[in-house]
Every structure is written in structure tokens, then in C-alpha cells.
Design a protein around this ligand. Structure first.
Ligand code: HEC
Ligand code: HEC
Length: 59
């Protein structure tokens, strides 16, 4: 695994700091988007989920 255990929790700030270009060396953008959009994330506030759906172009 190239990422540490707590990476998922930190990844959004890593992307904000370094940009997603660095991720695209390994990840397809569609992989990011499908996780953001398809899953229901327990513990995410409704507004946050809507923000993510908007960001992914679903709403
Ligand atoms: C060197 C290649 C590489 C780079 C660069 C990379 N990743 Fe990954 N990433 C991986 C691999 C390999 C996995 C594991 C895939 C799997 O388990 O299916 C992974 C898994 C993940 C996961 C799932 C983690 C989990 O706990 O389920 C997320 C989220 C993620 N990466 C986000 C990012 C983000 C955001 C960036 C850019 C800041 C990034 N990655 C950069 C290779 C990379
Ligand atoms: C395993 C599921 C999963 C994967 C894969 C994933 N994310 Fe996320 N992402 C989340 C969750 C959950 C949140 C909301 C919680 C948070 O901000 O940490 C989020 C939030 C974000 C945010 C903040 C969005 C905002 O509007 O503030 C960014 C940026 C982001 N992800 C980028 C990426 C990128 C780039 C990738 C692909 C390299 C990726 N994510 C892959 C689950 C994932």
C-alpha cells in the first residue's frame, strides 16, 4: 500500500495542498469520482455529501 492507514481521512487536504495531478500518476479520476458519488459515507453530514455530489457533477 502506497498510503498509510489514515490516508483516507487526510486525502482531501493532501489534494488541496498538492493538487490532484500527483494522484493522476496512479489513479484515474473516475475512480475518485465513483467513490465520492456512489457510496453513502456513514458519518458524513448531508450538506457535505451534497457538496461532494455537486463536485462530481451529479446534481
Ligand atoms: C504511486 C502510485 C499512487 C499515487 C501517486 C497515489 N495513489 Fe492512491 N492508491 C494507490 C494504490 C496502489 C492504492 C490501493 C488500491 C487498492 O487497494 O485497490 C491506493 C489507494 C487509494 C485510496 C483508497 C484508500 C483506502 O483506504 O481505501 C485513496 C482514497 C487514494 N488512493 C487517494 C489518492 C490521492 C488523493 C492521491 C494524490 C494525493 C493518491 N491516492 C496518489 C496508488 C497511488
Ligand atoms: C475510498 C473512497 C474514496 C476514494 C477512492 C477517494 N475519495 Fe476523496 N473523499 C472521500 C470522502 C469520504 C470524502 C469526504 C471526507 C473528507 O473530506 O475527507 C472525500 C473528499 C475529497 C475531497 C474534498 C472535496 C471537497 O469538496 O472539499 C477531495 C479534493 C478529494 N476527496 C479528492 C480525491 C481524489 C483526487 C481522489 C482520487 C485520487 C479521491 N478523492 C479518492 C472518499 C474517497
Amino acid at each position: 500500500m502506497p498510503h498509510g492507514d489514515d490516508f483516507l481521512k487526510r486525502h482531501s487536504s493532501v489534494v488541496k495542498k498538492n493538487g490532484k495531478k500527483t494522484c493522476e500518476k496512479c489513479h484515474l479520476e473516475s475512480g475518485c469520482t465513483s467513490c465520492h458519488a456512489r457510496h453513502i459515507h456513514p458519518g458524513l453530514k448531508r450538506e457535505r455529501l451534497e457538496e461532494l455530489r455537486r463536485g462530481a457533477g451529479l446534481d
